[in-house]
Ligand binder design. Structure first.
Ligand SMILES: [Fe+2]
Ligand SMILES: [Fe+2]
Length: 441
C-alpha cells in the first residue's frame, strides 16, 4: 500500500509556499533601486541649476529619497528574497543615466525630465504597490509606502514653481518612451517596446561635469576670503581679532555659511562619479549634502534680515572649479580631511564672539552647524578609505591626504583665481561695507 497522492502532486517548493511574500518583495526591491538611482543621478542637478532655492530643494529631495531607499531596504531585508547587494539593475540604471542628459542642455529641461516623468512614475508605482498588497499582512510596508506617497506628492508641489513655463515636451517624451519600454518602474503597465530607431543619448555623449557651477543671476568671483577690506567680504584676520566688533563677525560668518553653496556644488559631483558605491556611502553623502544646503541657507536667509542685498554678494567659484579637476576620492578627501577638519578652531572663536550679541538665532544656527560638521568629519573617516580603494589608491590615508593637499595647491594655481569680480568694488559686499552695515565704521 502506498501513501495517497504524493506521486501525483508536484513536489512542494519553498518558492511556491512564499509566493505572495516574494511578489511583494520583488516590487519593494525595484522601488529601492529606483530611489537609490534617483539619488545618484538627481545630484547632478545641484551644480547645474543656478537658483540657490532650487539647489536647496533638490538637496532636500535627494536626502528624502535616500531615506525612502533606506527604509525600503530595511523592510525588504525582513522579507525573504530581497537580496543582499545594493546593486541597481541595468534597465533601471540606463533610464536614470539617460535622464542626467548630455552637456549643453538647459538644466531646467533636465529637471523637468526627472520631475515630470521619472518621479510621477515612481508615485504611480507606489500607488500600485498599495493597491496590490494585503493591508493587514503587509502593514509594515503599507505604512512606509503611504508616507512616501505623501512625500512624492509634496515634491511635485515644491518643484512646480521652478518648472512653470519650461518647455520640455520633447525631452519628457524621450524619457517616457524609455520608461514605457519597462511598462513603468514595476512593469505594472502594458509594455510598449522601444522603437528600433531610439537613440540612447548618454551612450552617444557620455555625461561630464561642467567646468564651472551655475549661480544663475548672482554675481560671482574667485573667492570671498581675503585680506583686503576694500576688496573681500571675509577679511581673514578680522575673524579672530578680539578688536573686531561682534556684529561684523556675525555678518562675515553668514557670508561664510552662505558660501557653503560651494560645498553642495562640488560634493554633489561625487555621486555620479561613484556609481558602484555601497548605498550606505551615498546615504551619508546625501545627508552631508543636505546639511551643507541648510548651512548655506542660514546665510542666505539671515543676510537680508541684517540689511544685505544678496545681489551685492558675489559667489565664490574657485573651490568647485579646482576640485572638479580632481578625481572624486581626492575631492572628498579635501572636503572632509582638510576644509572641514581644520575649520573648528576659527569657528569656535567666531561662535564665542557672536554670543556677545545675545542673538539666540545666530547662536543656534552656529551650534547646529558645528554639530553637523563633526558628523561630516566622521563620515570622512568612515568612507574615505573605501573611496580610495574604489579608485585603486593604496597609500596610507594620511600620506594620500598630504599628497592630495599638495596637488590641490598646484591645481589652484592653474584653475583658481580665474573668475573675475562681476561687480566693481564700490558695488559689492566687502569688509568695509560690512562694517558700515554693522554700524561700526
Ligand atoms: Fe557646513
Ligand atoms: Fe560640512
Amino acid at each position: 500500500m502506498s501513501t495517497p497522492s504524493t506521486s501525483t502532486r508536484p513536489a512542494p517548493s519553498a518558492a511556491g509556499r512564499m509566493a505572495a511574500v516574494n511578489e511583494m518583495t520583488r516590487l519593494l526591491r525595484l522601488l529601492f533601486e529606483v530611489e537609490r538611482d534617483f539619488v545618484r543621478s538627481a545630484a547632478t542637478l545641484v551644480y547645474r541649476v543656478g537658483e540657490p532655492e532650487l539647489k536647496y530643494l533638490v538637496c532636500q529631495h535627494v536626502w528624502e529619497s535616500a531615506g525612502h531607499a533606506r527604509f525600503l531596504r530595511e523592510r525588504g531585508r525582513e522579507l525573504t528574497s530581497f537580496g543582499t547587494t545594493d546593486t541597481v539593475r541595468d534597465p533601471i540604471r540606463r533610464i536614470f543615466s539617460e535622464a542626467i542628459g548630455g552637456g549643453g542642455a538647459n538644466p531646467l529641461v533636465i529637471v523637468a525630465g526627472f520631475y515630470g516623468v521619472l518621479k510621477p512614475a515612481l508615485l504611480a508605482a507606489y500607488r500600485h504597490y498599495l493597491k496590490v498588497t494585503d493591508p493587514l499582512a503587509d502593514w509594515p510596508s503599507k505604512k512606509l509606502v503611504e508616507e512616501f506617497i505623501a512625500d512624492e506628492e509634496r515634491h511635485q508641489r515644491e518643484i512646480a514653481p521652478y518648472l512653470a513655463g519650461v518647455e520640455a515636451r520633447e525631452w519628457k517624451l524621450h524619457l517616457l518612451q524609455a520608461l514605457d519600454d519597462l511598462g513603468g518602474w514595476l512593469g505594472q503597465e502594458t509594455r510598449l517596446p522601444l522603437a528600433a530607431g531610439y537613440v540612447w543619448q548618454h551612450e552617444q555623449t557620455p555625461y561630464a561635469h561642467p567646468a564651472t557651477c551655475n549661480r544663475g543671476k548672482y554675481p560671482v568671483c574667485s573667492s570671498v576670503f581675503g585680506f583686503d577690506p576694500q576688496e573681500d567680504p571675509i577679511v581673514r584676520p578680522w575673524l579672530t581679532d578680539p578688536k573686531t566688533d561682534a556684529r561684523v563677525i556675525r555678518l562675515m560668518v553668514y557670508v561664510w555659511l552662505m558660501m557653503e553653496m560651494d560645498a553642495i556644488d562640488y560634493l554633489a559631483t561625487v555621486f555620479p562619479d561613484t556609481p558602484h558605491a555601497p548605498f550606505d556611502l551615498h546615504y551619508d553623502l546625501a545627508r552631508h549634502l543636505w546639511d551643507e544646503s541648510r548651512h548655506s541657507q542660514f546665510g542666505f536667509r539671515q543676510l537680508p534680515k541684517l540689511g544685505v542685498d544678496l545681489m551685492t554678494v558675489e559667489h565664490s567659484l574657485d573651490l568647485y572649479n579646482i576640485l572638479v579637476q580632481m578625481p572624486p576620492h581626492e575631492r572628498y578627501a579635501m572636503m572632509t580631511m582638510e576644509f572641514e577638519a581644520n575649520s573648528f578652531p576659527t569657528k569656535a572663536t567666531v561662535m564665542d564672539r557672536v554670543r556677545e550679541l545675545n542673538d539666540f538665532e545666530a547662536d543656534t544656527l552656529l551650534a547646529f552647524d558645528r554639530n553637523d560638521e563633526q558628523n561630516h568629519v566622521r563620515y570622512g573617516h568612515r568612507w574615505l578609505p573605501e573611496m580610495m580603494a574604489m579608485f585603486g589608491e593604496t597609500r596610507p590615508t594620511e600620506e594620500f591626504v598630504n599628497a592630495t593637499r599638495e596637488k590641490f595647491n598646484r591645481l589652484a594655481g592653474l584653475y583658481g583665481g580665474r573668475t573675475p569680480h562681476s561687480l566693481p568694488r564700490e558695488q559689492r559686499l566687502t569688509g568695509d561695507r560690512i562694517r558700515r552695515l554693522a554700524g561700526v565704521a
